[in-house]
Design a protein around this ligand. Structure first.
Ligand SMILES: [Zn+2]
Length: 372
């Protein structure tokens, strides 16, 4: 496996990002696409669209998102203490543990800080189910080393840089920079081969606060309604969707059930890989913990499917709600790349070909004829 595949993820995942503050990721992606000579453009909301034309107009669209949960600094509370808004689901104990954060201002000014308290005007405790591991307060107070942080600025957990421990990739952000890295490297490979399918990629914005970039694209039909949409995501490990047992062909998410017609392209890709490698590891499951961008397209009538990497410490939270780095498996990551790049070798997949055997009535059916 090329180091490039790992390097791209490592470089991306060490850049700070959160919803609406995704500039560093967008810049990285654009620079990388340029260097790979892949055509791209940005829409008026900043979502990036890249494309690799194939021999036919049949189109497969990969989608990933460029943000990750974090905090938006709203205002100065007093002296070196700032009021910050939570963007996306964050582990609740970041407050009690006074977790360290990095504050990024003016694009690259960097300050250290720590979360010191919840902040709510009413000071009312919301009703929370037992064992709920997410923060329920919308605002926190962050103490910084500086009294002069310029707004706009944002904060992310101050976690160690991405490291590889054997089969484990331990990282500040797998969700969804692993998806972004997989798509960039897949396009680079597909761009060098001759493909039946045409491929597009979307790097969408502000997913963690309600799939915003994806909903804008789907609602405005910036992608053809005939396209097959494949969400490339990480998703919290589940029974039957285990870490290190292969990427998951995602049959649905928390919001919707996906589409058989779309899924067939992934199944066909896996089927062909299995012919060469009977031990190729993959899984198939409905990943119900989180919603993903496929759902934003599904509700507008698109044909959608997904590929998910089993994720540990989803949104940097462990089971108890303490802050930890996210984790994905090297094998899951590399096998997702294999499934994605192998799509370039496929003929156009048709339901009647894929399910030819299932559609044929077997000889044994004769035995069912009532002979009385
Ligand atoms: Zn995600």
């Amino acid at each position: 496996m090329s180091n490039q595949l790992l390097d791209t993820f490592r470089e991306l995942s060490n850049l700070p990002t959160t919803s609406f503050y995704e500039q560093k990721i967008l810049e990285y992606i654009k620079t990388k696409l340029d260097s790979y000579k892949i055509e791209f453009h940005q829409d008026s909301w900043g979502n990036i669209f890249a494309e690799v034309n194939g021999k036919t107009p049949n189109e497969i669209v990969f989608i990933s998102h460029t943000d990750h949960p974090g905090f938006e600094i709203i205002s100065k509370h007093k002296k070196n203490i700032y009021l910050a808004k939570a963007l996306g689901g964050l582990p609740k104990n970041c407050v009690t543990n006074q977790t360290n954060v990095k504050i990024i201002s003016n694009k690259s000014d960097l300050y250290k800080g720590k979360i010191i308290n919840f902040y709510s005007k009413e000071n009312k405790k919301p009703k929370i189910p037992k064992n709920y591991r997410w923060m329920t307060s919308e605002f926190v107070l962050i103490e910084s080393e500086s009294e002069n942080i310029k707004l706009p600025s944002f904060a992310v957990f101050d976690l160690p840089e991405t490291k590889y421990f054997g089969e484990r990739i331990v990282t500040p952000v797998a969700d969804d920079l692993a998806g972004c890295a997989l798509i960039i490297e897949t396009l680079n490979k597909l761009n060098k081969s001759s493909n039946e399918y045409s491929f597009k990629a979307i790097f969408s914005r502000a997913e963690e606060v309600g799939l915003i970039g994806a909903r804008l694209i789907a609602a405005n039909e910036l992608i053809s309604k005939n396209s097959i949409i494949i969400s490339i995501e990480t998703s919290s490990e589940l029974p039957g969707a285990n870490f290190g047992k292969g990427p998951i062909i995602r049959t649905g998410d928390r919001l919707t059930t996906f589409d058989n017609k779309a899924e067939l392209v992934l199944l066909q890709s896996v089927k062909e890989i299995l012919r060469r490698d009977v031990n190729f590891a993959y899984q198939r499951q409905l990943m119900s913990e989180g919603g993903c961008e496929a759902s934003a397209f599904a509700v507008f009538g698109y044909s959608v499917t997904g590929l998910a990497l089993p994720l540990r410490n989803w949104h940097n939270g462990n089971e108890q709600g303490d802050v930890e780095p996210e984790e994905i498996s090297l094998l899951d990551y590399e096998n997702a790349y294999k499934i994605m790049t192998n799509l370039g070798k496929l003929d156009i997949v048709k339901i009647k070909d894929y399910f030819k055997n299932l559609m044929m009535i077997p000889e044994d059916a004769k035995k069912l004829i009532n002979e009385e």
